[in-house]
Design a protein around this ligand. Structure first.
Ligand code: EPZ
Length: 417
């Protein structure tokens, strides 16, 4: 098993290039199934999750070629409408191929993705959308099957602005007959990136980025080249690394407009942030001040940055209150941070953090992707060595995080036990 050893590190200084967005590339790779011609996707981050999605595309008949940060996907013949359990169980985002397969083949059979550490992660809103478009949905033996001779555009109201449901229904609607309207849609930048890719393929989508998305179905889509937007959560994670070590980092390949709620919180915490054309300069100038955070759908503060800010607030001056409104179980990093000397109490969906002067390194376990990132951040300023186990969670969603950190002065290394 691999582990990460993180020693107390000096203030991080230098430049980090942010990779393409994990949460954008996964739905866009699924969407390549909608065209009969080859698509070329650029700025692909090198992640375990992308490898799983690549295997998934191959399992239904796609031919893929991944070189550096570019992948070619050719889907002129789809041979299979069923996704293998072995792959779906490893990555929930596998469910995003359901919309494209249903739109292309008129039927699909996908294992229901299990929950994960952070919550039960139901897919009821995805299925509600497919049913509204005329699909016959059946569930048996842990699989969900959807069939429709022809999808017919319809109005779908999402009880919650689910990112995945918005993306899956959008992908089903682009080849449906007539107009589909998604109300209370998610407005995350990754939804907009997907809509931009689909429109480049010939889809007719309007309103992506607002809570009402209108899609007029077209007969077919063509393959195109598309470049993935930068990963706003990776950028936020490196912002936290600069802040927690009292460092000074320049982040290249950042669309700072996607980070407004995160930038606002760093400034409240007395961290300086300067936005440039294609990047972001972040540096500290004195004590980190405690501040309150409440996670919300975009453009609110992103749940995927909650754990990282928890680490930062654990050594801030004063108290902080963090409320997690998106997932029901996304505080598993709290117990690990408290083992490092943090002073955090959980009351339901709220964590109360009393800032402490120091943390101390020890063995800790990553429970999920962003909790793992939070433990790396804590390890950078903890006295001694922090040994992080179960780092496969981190490798799923961060493109070579330890090398990027080492280049700006972090004392971090990966060891194989
Ligand atoms: C996406 O997950 C992201 N993953 C998550 O990032 C992110 O945390 C989440 O959006 C929220 O921003 C990808 O894009 C691959 P949701 P998704 O559907 O689509 C409930 C990371 O760390 N819900 O917006 O699964 C659900 O239970 C990951 O990079 C339903 O009730 O999120 C949750 O409470 C973690 N029914 C809330 O909505 C449904 O049918 C948000 O889920 C679907 C969702």
């Amino acid at each position: 098993m691999a582990r990460l050893l993180v020693d107390k590190s000096p203030p991080l200084r230098g430049t980090v290039r942010i990779s393409g967005s994990k949460n954008s590339v996964l739905p866009i790779l699924a969407a390549t199934l909608l065209a009969e011609e080859k698509s070329i996707i650029e700025e692909i981050p090198r992640l375990q999750d992308v490898s799983i999605m690549q295997a998934l595309l191959e399992s239904v008949g796609a031919k893929t070629y991944w070189n550096e940060n570019t992948m070619e996907i050719n889907v002129n013949t789809l041979t299979q409408y069923e996704a293998p359990y072995e792959l779906v169980r490893q990555m929930r985002a596998s469910f995003l191929i359901m919309g494209p397969l249903l739109a292309r083949l008129g039927r699909t059979r996908i294992p229901l993705p299990g929950g994960c550490a952070i919550g039960s992660r139901p897919v009821d809103l995805h299925l509600k959308g497919f049913a509204a478009l005329g699909a016959e949905i059946t569930q048996e033996r842990g699989y969900v099957q959807a069939k429709a001779d022809k999808l017919i555009g319809a109005k779908v109201y999402l009880d919650f602005p689910s990112v995945g449901a918005t993306e899956n229904i959008m992908m089903a609607g682009v080849l449906a007959e007539g107009q589909t309207v998604i109300e209370n849609a998610a407005v995350e930048p990754e939804v907009v990136d997907l809509a931009n890719y689909l429109n480049a393929m010939g889809a007719l989508i309007r309103g992506a980025g607002t809570d009402t998305i209108k899609i007029v179905g077209v007969p077919s889509l063509r393959g195109v080249t598309h470049s993935i937007i930068p990963d706003r959560i990776e950028a936020g994670t490196f912002m936290a690394a600069a802040a927690i070590t009292g460092g000074d980092l320049y982040l290249e390949n950042v669309l700072s407009i996607h980070l407004n709620p995160v930038i606002a919180k760093f400034k409240e915490a007395n961290i300086q942030v300067e936005e440039t054309e294609n990047g972001l300069h972040i540096f500290s100038q004195g004590d980190i001040q405690g501040t309150d955070i409440k996670t919300l759908p975009y453009p609110g503060f992103p749940t995927d940055m909650q754990a990282q800010l928890m680490s930062l607030m654990s050594i801030a001056k004063g108290n902080s209150v963090i409320t997690e409104t998106i997932f029901e179980n996304r505080f598993m990093h709290v117990a690990e941070l408290n083992r490092m000397g943090a002073d955090i109490k959980i009351e339901g969906r709220t964590a109360i953090i009393n800032g402490v002067p120091i943390l101390t390194g020890t063995q800790v376990r990553a429970s999920d992707l962003r909790a793992g990132a939070a433990l790396i951040l804590a390890g950078l300023i903890a006295e001694g060595t922090t040994e992080i186990q179960d780092i496969y969670h981190i490798e799923r969603g961060y493109d070579n995080i330890e090398e990027k950190l080492r280049k700006v002065g972090a004392r971090i290394q990966r060891i194989d036990i």
